[in-house]
Write a protein that binds this ligand. Structure first.
Ligand code: TYM
Length: 334
């Protein structure tokens, strides 16, 4: 049996990843590099779907790559690359877009949410196409599993449908990928509004903890996180969504179960619990921040890692694309 492959991506659309990105996705990526043939990309093509500034995009792409190293990805154990360095992504996107129904793409809830915000007239066609490009990212690498948060589930379903449709129409070509979604951390909530997910676009600054944030500010945000009626520290999604979210963050970072924490904090009240959680988050993020800063200090080395990653990625993506061109009926270019 060959080593199973994982691929995932993250957008360089903020100056830092947030705790939801880290717990829901990047932390799994770090673990999976030990057991899987792992490809991780900074999806800069996706990052231009909502309008952007070129200099900011360049900076954020490097900061994103540096944070992946900071979080513990090792370029010797996995392939880290920037999406735009591998032109096959855009090429496969086009082929897949010709297999995607207009209605099918119109039903993507992230597109509906984001285009509603931008206004139907101003939302770009790129935003509409976003999930099809994501499908191309995944299918190019013959990916077995895709480690992501819950908000990506619908895009993965589209990816599977497109892979099956292509295989059915043109012959077996793509591996059908499955989701790798870890239940308790798949939807980290906003600290101020536990009804919504922690999100760079929807959350207020008080609702988000950034991976690169300074410790004093992290402590303040956790201390002020909304908790629910009563004083009991107990997981209950309906009655106590705020406390439940904090318990999940705590359990994930401490490597214990929520039930253990409920026992440990029985009868203590929110104050001590939040203080311990703040210490835990600060201690978990400090080494990531330090290693990210180190990686950013040597830009030439960072760019070298990305170039090496792109070469490995192009090798795999190129093989898939040669097969796709032949299956679709494009004449060989001689
Ligand atoms: P992005 O950049 O929005 O988010 C990166 C990852 O973080 C997860 N995530 C969360 N997990 C738990 N709780 C949260 N509050 C939370 N917020 C974000 C996301 O689910 C994601 O896994 N479309 C993708 C990027 C992408 C991609 C791909 C992913 C492009 N191509 C191919 C996988 C495979 C996205 O917007 O991620």
């Amino acid at each position: 049996m060959p080593t199973p492959r994982v691929l995932s991506g993250i957008q360089p659309t903020a100056d830092s990843f947030h705790l939801g990105n880290y717990l829901g996705a990047v932390r799994q990526w770090v673990a999976l590099q030990e057991t899987h043939d792992a490809f991780y990309c900074v999806v800069d093509l996706h990052a231009i779907t909502m309008g952007h500034d070129p200099a900011v995009l360049r900076r954020r792409s490097r900061v994103a790559a540096a944070q992946l190293l900071g979080a513990g990805l090792d370029p010797k154990r996995c392939t880290i690359f920037v999406q735009s360095h591998v032109p096959e992504h855009a090429e496969l996107f086009w082929v897949l877009s010709c297999l995607t129904g207009f209605g099918e793409a119109s039903r993507m809830t992230q597109f509906k949410d984001k285009s509603a915000k931008a206004g139907a007239e101003t939302a770009s066609v790129g935003l509409f196409n976003y999930p099809i490009l994501q499908a191309a990212d995944i299918l190019l690498y013959q990916t077995d599993q895709v480690p992501v948060g819950e908000d990506q589930r619908q895009h993965l379903e589209l990816t599977r449908d497109l892979a099956q449709r292509f295989n059915h129409r043109f012959g077996e070509t793509f591996v059908i990928p499955g989701p790798y979604i870890v239940k308790d951390v798949a939807k980290i909530a906003d600290l101020q509004d536990p009804a919504i997910k922690m999100s760079k676009s929807a959350s207020s600054p008080q609702g988000i903890v950034d991976v690169l944030e300074d410790p004093a500010s992290i402590r303040r945000k956790i201390t002020r996180a909304v908790t629910d009626m009563g004083t009991e520290i107990r997981a209950d999604e309906e009655a106590k969504p705020g406390v439940t979210n904090l318990l999940r963050i705590y359990a994930a970072l401490a490597g214990v179960s929520v039930a253990d924490l409920e026992r440990r904090y029985a009868g203590t009240g929110y104050g001590a619990f939040k203080k311990d959680l703040a210490d835990l988050v600060v201690d978990a993020l400090a080494p990531i921040r330090e290693r990210t800063e180190e990686a950013l200090a040597d830009e030439a080395e960072l760019d070298r890692v990305l170039a090496e990653g792109a070469a490995r990625a192009r090798d795999v993506a190129g093989r898939t694309m040669r097969l796709v061109r032949e299956r679709v009926g494009f004449l060989p270019a001689r």
